[in-house]
Design a protein around this ligand. Structure first.
Ligand SMILES: [Zn+2]
Length: 195
């Protein structure tokens, strides 16, 4: 089961548009939501500052969420986020990386590939205000490669269903209740968080 939506609500933020905020304490490892949307080819992805919701799915597909619906596609990026992403049966789940307290904004890393010339001027500027902020949502090459290797290793543990372009991802029949501590510890080690 996914976390019921009385645990979070959508609020407007000053600088980042809409965001998700905790209405109750959320325990570490809790699965918050599934990134549901339409499967599209990455080349059809229009990514700009106003519509930056698209999420990486795998090398040849991306997820375009329904912007009218509430959901984890409204999670904002932070350099030191309190939530993270986990690939489960080909779906992208968000889960609590640490305990998230009531009233906190829930944030994830966007984990964008290293910045290249196609991202100029780059709209993916981070305003998370953490003292560790890198000022960008793009990862360094080294960190990105390490993340991809780690994520792929874990993603292989659950089978991905075949998807076709233009199809909506449907909600899964079951979800893990919590994410394994090995995965959480792996993320923390990889990103050297001081949580
Ligand atoms: Zn930042």
């Amino acid at each position: 089961m996914l976390l019921s939506n009385d645990y979070w609500e959508i609020r407007n933020t000053k600088e980042k548009g809409r965001g998700l905020f905790a209405k109750k304490d959320i325990a570490k490892g809790t699965v918050i939501g599934d990134y549901i949307g339409k499967i599209i080819h990455p080349r059809d992805a229009v990514v700009d500052e106003e519509n930056f919701y698209l999420i990486y799915y795998h090398d040849s597909a991306a997820i375009l969420p329904d912007l009218e619906k509430p959901g984890i596609h409204l999670l904002n990026h932070a350099c030191v986020p309190n939530a993270w992403l986990y690939t489960y049966k080909g779906h992208t789940l968000a889960f609590a990386l640490r305990k998230i307290s009531k009233e906190e904004e829930i944030t994830i890393p966007y984990l964008l590939s290293p910045k290249d010339d196609s991202c100029n001027p780059c709209p993916h500027i981070c305003k998370c205000k953490d003292f560790r902020c890198t000022k960008t949502m793009h990862l360094s090459k080294d960190r990105y490669n390490k993340w991809r290797t780690f994520n792929e290793k874990w993603a292989k543990k659950t089978k991905r269903k075949r998807v076709s372009y233009g199809k909506e991802l449907s909600v899964l029949a079951t979800y893990p209740k919590t994410i394994s501590m090995n995965y959480i510890n792996g993320v923390n080690t990889l990103f050297e968080f001081m949580l």
